[in-house]
Design a binder for this molecule. Structure first.
Ligand SMILES: Nc1ncnc2c1ncn2[C@@H]1O[C@H](COP(=O)(O)OP(=O)(O)O)[C@@H](O)[C@H]1O
Ligand SMILES: [Mg+2]
Length: 310
């Protein structure tokens, strides 16, 4: 996102660094030339997609690793694993970290939903930022699902069909290197959603300023969270960090059902760092202003440069 790049550029300037913007593209040759020309010491990696393809984003980090240049944020392996929702689920399952039951659907093979409890939510395997997720992504029964699936398959190819988890939604933000710290936990407040809307942070809620959802899904920092629940959520988020080898900063999205069971929806190894996004809000709640937060992330990468560690 451009707003993010601009804000970080400004923060870096305030912190006394001179920054240049070098877009990462499939044209590796052109990229490498510009990179050399500018004599880059360190990279603030903000690559979110390559030539508009989000699941290629991890290649930028892989190239920095190849070039041996220090960069902020997660290593390529972590970015690769977390951008593939299917691989993420398999890893979570392997570690016995609870995540909603699911099946995969790519349109070419038969699938059965008998092992799933409806309603279910359909998610593109390789998208992010709630692209392809909205009210019409939730299905009440097998027949409705099969009727609605074609348009998702046409648009996104590979899909996950996941059990819909009703309940509260939390974001756990982590910041720190070599060990991450958990920043204040935020919750999405769906209390203004009417009965006929599923309380989800779909595309409209995230991006469409003209929508009802956008204006009625505010982020809050609950002050009255039960200690047991918040400790459990922190532990789950830290387990996810370790499992996916997330570095410097990241965010884990969770849902908690009415029995207090915590489900990991998603691990974000490169959450948005723009000033109005959830990450900066959690940092601010922890007493860090935006420039301090960016400065810390730069320092983590500098620390690695000095010690030549990953
Ligand atoms: N299994 C689920 N049950 C209930 N809501 C879900 C589920 N999966 C996703 N959602 C809703 O959709 C939103 C986006 O899903 P997520 O998996 O985080 O994908 P993205 O990478 O696009 O952010 C979540 O914040 C949540 O509100
Ligand atoms: Mg998410």
């Amino acid at each position: 996102m451009l707003a993010q790049v601009e804000a970080i550029e400004q923060a870096l300037e305030t912190l006394g660094y001179s920054a240049v913007r070098i877009p990462f593209a499939r044209d590796l040759h052109g990229f490498a030339e510009r990179f050399k020309e500018q004599m880059v010491d360190m990279v603030f990696n903000l690559c979110e997609s390559v030539d508009e393809v989000p699941h290629l984003l991890w290649h930028a980090a892989a190239v920095f690793e190849l070039l041996g240049v220090s960069f902020t944020g997660s290593p390529s392996a972590s970015l690769m694993l977390t951008t593939d929702k299917l691989v993420s689920k398999r890893l979570l399952r392997g570690r016995q970290i609870r995540t909603p039951d699911y099946i995969v659907c790519n349109g070419s093979q038969e699938f059965s939903t008998t092992l799933l409890t409806f309603p279910v939510i359909v998610k593109p395997r390789f998208e992010d930022a709630s692209i392809g997720i909205d009210q019409d992504s939730v299905f009440q029964d097998d027949q409705e699902l099969r009727e609605g699936l074609t348009s998702f398959l046409d648009r996104f190819g590979s899909l996950l069909i996941e059990e819909y988890i009703p309940g509260r939604e939390f974001n756990i933000t982590l910041l720190g290197y070599p060990a991450p710290n958990v920043l204040p936990i935020s919750e999405i407040d769906f209390s203004d959603f009417p009965e006929n809307l599923y309380p989800i942070v779909g595309y409209r809620a995230k991006w469409d300023k003209a929508s009802f959802e956008y204006h009625h899904s505010p982020r809050r920092f609950p002050q009255d969270l039960a200690r047991l629940l918040s400790n459990k959520m922190k532990r789950v988020a830290l387990d996810c960090f370790r499992l996916f080898m997330v570095r410097d900063y990241g965010r884990v999205d969770l849902r908690v059902d009415d029995r207090g069971r915590i489900y990991v929806l998603e691990v974000n190894a490169n959450p948005c760092l723009s000033p109005d996004a959830g990450f900066a809000a959690s940092a601010q709640e922890a007493g860090l202003d935006y420039n301090e937060m960016i400065g810390m992330i730069v320092d983590f990468a500098l620390q690695r440069e000095e010690s030549s560690t990953l």
